[in-house]
Structures are given as structure tokens and as C-alpha cells.
Ligand binder design. Structure first.
Ligand code: NAD
Ligand code: UDP
Length: 326
């Protein structure tokens, strides 16, 4: 039994980048954490330091199957889903199933245990937006038949399921729309822009800029995101979201390349590649709703978060054995 005041918390996708940081934080706060992951893009190494902790258990399972969790459950963070375009597009049908069946199975667990449940949704529900910055009221511009649709539409359907479970079964739900998040523990071959650029710069390999680099994103450091996720989960039952969680500082992809090159002192050159189909041209969260409902705002400057991320990869990328892929 966890100490009194602590909760029984299930984290699906808990061996991934964000999920493993969340498991760390929850275990160290005294909660009993069950990490459910099929290790598709996650690594057991991410949670290995927790593996002998009495408040932590790892269950290797796929959320596309019903979740059999022993004992009481008070909270469920539903994070299981590959988040990087090359990984979610590698098995697009599998991605739709993870989003939709995974949501149903996590919601069923919430319904049968009475747990409160939070969905890791995404800024991708806005697609390639024609409203800028994106408020939660914007309904998005997703191409439903393009290569990103397996993720975007899967996540949109998951949001629908969350609100249907609330209306039909009275489940206590929370939906966070997470914008681009970065930090230590991203995979070397994750394929997302910050991990790619950092790994390439550390190896003095070409920096793979897609398009002309003028497209924008807004990058949130993982610890800031976790603050927002926890505040949302523990907020009053009337606060359901969807709430945008992200850092509103918008930068171009070329600016990110320049920052990474400057911080690493790399000799890498820029290598321009075609822009992937349906790549959103710009993205920036409107976060006034999260600020007013949760008193939340990100605090970690991009320069500082990049420094921590570079320090992490510098230890991993000591020898040039592999290339970051897209
Ligand atoms: P990640 O790929 O590092 O982690 C996802 C985890 O889910 C991995 O450990 C993977 O093995 C696991 N997983 C995938 N499919 C599964 C399945 N069928 N059954 C069980 N486990 C499965 O990605 P991340 O960046 O940590 O993202 C976590 C969540 O946050 C995802 O749901 C993602 O959509 C969402 N999100 C992330 C970002 C971001 O910028 N990182 C932005 C928006 C939303
Ligand atoms: N990108 C890039 N080079 C890379 C990886 C990504 O120029 O090696 C671009 C990508 O085309 C997109 C932006 O960086 O415009 C962010 O890509 P990422 O995959 O990190 O996130 P998402 O597109 O899902 O927001």
C-alpha cells in the first residue's frame, strides 16, 4: 500500500519520453505508479532506475488490448502512442488503433475503477491551422486522408471518446492538447526536430532542414509540460479541457538549427530536404485558458531547455555509430 495521501496511478506510455519523466515525478511524490507500455517507441531503460522502487511496477502490455490492472486505480494518464511523425507513420493502422482502442480501453478502466483520466491529446488536432495562434475553440484544418491523419484523426477521435464517456458514463475526464515538447530521453532516432538537430550537430553531420526552414513551432520543455499535466489532473472536476499546454514562444525551424549550432559549437552544415506532405506551416498555442484555469505557464527558456537536452545527448552520442533518421 502506498503511504496515505498518495494515489494509485496508471501511466500508459510510461516508458516513453514524457511518460518516463511523469513516472519519475509521481513515484518521487509518494504515489504508487503502474507503467503500462509495449515498448514500441519507449525504452525500459527510461524507467529502469524506478524498477526496484516499491511504489513502481512495469506492465508490458499493449493498450490495443483491454487493460487488466490489479488493485485500485485513482488516476490514469493516457500517454501511450508514438508521437514522432516517422514512428507514427511507420504503422499507420496500428497508430489509429492505439489512439482509438487505447482510449476506449483506458476509459473502460476509468469507468470500472472510478478513476479520473487524462488524455494526452495534441496540437495536431488543429492540423495545418488557418487561425494563429491556436485557441481551444478552433476546430482545426486536418487533412483526413493524408499521411499524418492516422495520428491527427486518431487523437481527434480519442477526444470525442473522452467527452462521450463523460456524458454517457459520468467518467471524470481531462484533455490536454500538448504542443511540441522536448527534453532529455527523446530517442536518438526519434525523428523529431530538436533531437535530430542536436544529434546531428553533436556528430558534425549535416542538419536536415525540411522545406526552407521558415515553418514555425513553439517548444515546451518537458518539466514545464509535466507541471501543466499534473495541475490539470488535480484540478476541479468542472475543468475538463481541452486545454492547450505549450510554450507560446514561436520560432522557425531555421532558428532552431542556428541555436543548436551555436550552443554545440558544431561544424555541421545545413542540408535542405523536401518538406513532408501536410507539414503544418506554423504552430503556436494560445494558453490563456490554461493560465486562468490552472494558474499555469511555462517557465523554462528555450535556450536553457536546449542546454539540458544537448547535455543529455552529448553523453549518449559519444561515438558516431548511427544516424538520426526521419
Ligand atoms: P514517445 O513515443 O516517447 O512515448 C510514447 C510511449 O507510448 C512509448 O513508450 C511507446 O512504447 C508507448 N506506446 C506506443 N504505442 C503503444 C501501445 N499500443 N500500447 C502500449 N504502449 C504504447 O512519445 P512522447 O513524446 O513521450 O508522447 C507521449 C504522449 O504525448 C503521446 O500520446 C503523444 O501523442 C503525446 N504528445 C506528445 C507531444 C510531444 O511533443 N512530445 C506533443 C503532443 C502530444
Ligand atoms: N523538421 C526538420 N528537420 C528534421 C525534423 C523535422 O526540418 O530533421 C521539421 C518538420 O518538417 C517540422 C518541424 O521541424 O516542420 C517540427 O517537426 P517535428 O517532427 O519535430 O514535429 P511536428 O511536425 O510533429 O510538429
Amino acid at each position: 500500500m502506498p503511504p496515505s495521501g498518495s494515489l494509485n496511478i496508471v501511466v500508459t506510455g510510461g516508458a516513453g519520453f514524457i511518460g518516463s519523466h511523469l513516472c519519475d515525478r509521481l513515484v518521487h511524490k509518494g504515489h504508487a505508479v503502474t507503467c503500462v507500455d509495449n515498448l514500441y517507441t519507449g525504452r525500459f531503460d527510461n524507467v529502469r532506475p524506478l524498477s526496484n522502487h516499491r511504489n513502481f511496477r512495469f506492465v508490458k502490455a499493449d493498450v490495443r488490448e483491454p487493460l487488466a490492472i490489479e488493485g485500485p486505480v485513482d488516476r490514469i494518464y493516457n500517454l501511450a502512442c508514438p508521437a514522432s511523425p516517422p514512428h507514427y507513420q511507420r504503422d499507420p493502422i496500428g497508430t489509429v488503433k492505439t489512439c482509438v482502442l487505447g482510449a476506449i480501453h483506458a476509459l473502460e478502466l476509468a469507468r470500472t475503477t472510478g478513476a479520473r483520466i487524462l488524455q494526452a491529446s495534441t496540437s495536431e488536432v488543429y492540423g495545418d491551422p488557418d487561425i494563429h495562434p491556436q485557441p481551444e475553440s478552433y476546430r482545426g484544418a486536418v487533412n483526413p486522408v493524408g499521411p499524418r491523419a492516422c495520428y491527427d484523426e486518431g487523437k481527434r477521435c480519442a477526444e470525442a471518446l473522452f467527452f462521450d464517456y463523460r456524458r454517457v458514463h459520468g467518467v471524470s475526464v481531462k484533455v490536454a492538447r500538448i504542443f511540441n515538447t522536448y527534453g532529455p530521453r527523446m530517442l536518438e532516432n526519434d525523428g523529431r526536430v530538436i533531437s535530430n538537430f542536436v544529434v546531428q550537430a553533436l556528430r558534425n553531420q549535416p542538419i536536415t532542414l525540411y522545406g526552407d526552414g521558415s515553418q514555425t513551432r513553439s517548444f515546451c520543455y518537458v518539466e514545464d509540460l509535466l507541471d501543466g499535466l499534473e495541475l490539470l489532473m488535480e484540478s476541479d472536476d468542472t475543468v475538463t479541457g481541452p486545454l492547450n499546454l505549450g510554450n507560446p514562444r514561436e520560432v522557425t525551424v531555421k532558428e532552431i538549427a542556428d541555436m543548436v549550432l551555436a550552443q554545440t559549437g558544431s561544424r555541421s552544415r545545413l542540408a535542405y530536404h523536401p518538406l513532408p506532405q501536410d507539414d503544418p506551416r506554423r504552430r503556436k498555442p494560445e494558453i490563456t485558458a490554461a493560465a486562468s484555469a490552472l494558474g499555469w505557464q511555462p517557465r523554462i527558456a528555450l535556450e536553457d531547455g536546449l542546454r539540458s537536452t544537448i547535455d543529455y545527448f552529448a553523453l549518449k552520442v559519444a561515438t558516431p555509430t548511427a544516424t538520426a533518421k526521419h
